[in-house]
Design a protein around this ligand. Structure first.
Ligand code: ATP
Length: 440
């Protein structure tokens, strides 16, 4: 039986991933089938609190090998990869989950709970991660699969529940989330940043934990939610191993979630049309110089087959904005980002410089081919002339300028990245030029 919850938190507190661990704790009489899933949906969704995450679990009777994936208090949590045909009673599950949602939701949230034996159509995931969905489409799908629901407020969370439950993992990553005891929620988090740096450097399968450019931790939230940290990576065993090396105040529970984070699933690769509140890969030529506006935001125009698109790197992307200054008209680029509505700009998440134009500067006036002397300028729009030999030329002697930027991939600092954006580390790439000596 699949269970999904969404839209329970606000910036003031709570966390839907914590609610998921409470649901797992509740069903100690059932087996967890597969890891709990943290499925990120369209980052451009206007109603999101932070990362637009939906939580999905499957419960039943497990068979075969079981994997150790977490601790809740003193209890070890395991999950099975396979299950029998036994399905728990959905009504019973609903009655047992509702009190947890009632306790762990914020007043301004619109929680949804979906319980279903059948998964929604996979197309619901792709719509949920790439477009803005209408509630009526989701309600139809819930009806089709015979899902049992519960909602508070306007129940918008059911959109995320349905799209998250529809995910058939293709590219996947893991996140080990650890949680603080409830009496510490809202207080300053205590941890040793150096242990986090050592984990990011020592475990190549982890990503987005540490920012080398600034020497800062990126995996510890600053909101009053129950999370101590989230350690992301490609290998579940590495995460469990690495987390033991991270030194923090005592943690009350931890759990490894299977996620679509760092996969670029939200990017529409070859768009036929550009609709705002969706994310795209645009391939085109730079056709403007960078424009800086108040607030530290930088924009350039790119021409592709859809026309001219203004692309922006905003203040939170810090030194990434330098890359915009290094671009020149004529450069061939591939830009990944979210198209905003008003003003219509593509918010750059990652840039691939495919080909950099050659740039030249004038070194001197042309040299006379007869006498070897430098020719003289005869005024604007006039050719250069050699007074001695009466030869002329329109071409001064030019020198190629070494560009600051070289072809390759460029990305913003870890803290400014989307949960869904695939980091260069996961692509097996490194930025060819670092911004280190050119801080804004
Ligand atoms: P957190 O990540 O901190 O748990 P959140 O960022 O997931 O919070 P929510 O509180 O879940 O934010 O709010 C997102 C809301 O948007 C939910 O109600 C969800 O159902 C809805 N939603 C998610 N994806 C879409 C979409 N593609 N179209 C329309 N609504 C969506």
């Amino acid at each position: 039986m699949f269970v999904a919850v969404d839209d329970t938190d606000s910036m003031k507190g709570n966390c839907t991933t914590f609610l998921a661990t409470e649901i797992i704790r509740e069903f100690s009489d059932l087996d967890l089938i597969g890891n709990p899933r943290l499925v990120r949906l369209n980052p451009a969704t206007p109603w999101k609190t932070r990362g637009n995450g939906s939580l999905v679990m499957r419960f039943g009777k497990g068979v075969g090998k079981k994997r150790f994936i977490g601790m809740i208090g003193d209890r070890e949590i395991y999950c099975y990869d396979r299950c029998t045909s036994f399905e728990p009673d959905p009504e019973m599950m609903r009655e047992r989950i509702i009190p947890h949602i009632e306790v762990h939701h914020e007043d301004e949230s619109d929680p949804g709970l979906l319980i279903s034996r059948i998964k929604p159509s996979q197309s619901m995931y792709w719509k949920g991660v790439r477009t803005i969905l209408d509630r009526s489409i989701v309600d139809e799908e819930i009806k089709r699969i015979g899902g049992l629901t519960f909602e508070i407020g306007c129940g918008r969370g059911l959109i995320g529940c349905t799209c998250g439950m529809a995910w058939r993992p293709r590219d996947t990553t893991f996140e080990l989330l650890s949680y603080r005891p409830s009496d510490r929620w809202g207080t300053e988090r205590v941890f040793d940043p150096i242990t986090i740096r050592d984990v990011e450097h020592g475990y190549p399968s982890t990503f987005n934990s540490w920012e080398d450019r600034t020497g800062k931790v990126a995996m510890v939230p600053s909101t009053p939610c129950p999370v101590m940290y989230g350690l992301r990576g490609d290998d579940e065993e590495d995460l469990i191993e690495a987390s033991k090396r991270i030194s923090t105040e005592p943690i009350e529970r931890w759990m490894v979630f299977l996620t679509n984070q760092g996969t670029d699933d939200h990017i529409i690769m070859d768009p036929k049309e550009l609709i705002p509140n969706q994310s795209y890969r645009i391939r085109g030529t730079v056709v403007s110089s960078p424009r800086h506006i108040k607030g530290g935001h930088v924009f350039i125009d790119i021409m592709d087959r859809h026309g001219t698109i203004t692309c922006g790197a905003y203040e939170p992307s810090k030194e990434f904005r330098l890359m915009m200054d290094w671009l020149d008209p004529g450069d061939l680029v591939e830009v990944y980002g979210e198209l905003r509505d008003e003003p219509r700009t593509l918010n750059i998440e990652k840039l691939h410089l495919i080909d950099a134009v050659e740039e030249y500067e004038k070194l001197s006036n042309p040299v006379c081919p007869s006498c070897g002397r430098t020719m003289k300028s005869m005024g604007s729009d006039q050719p250069y002339r050699c007074k001695q030999c009466h030869t002329s030329s329109i071409e001064p002697v030019m020198r190629e300028i070494r560009r600051q930027i070289v072809p390759g991939w460029y990305e913003p600092p870890t803290v400014a990245r989307r949960h869904l954006s695939k980091p260069l580390k996961r692509m097996g790439l490194q930025q060819p030029v670092e911004f280190l000596h050119n801080r804004f």
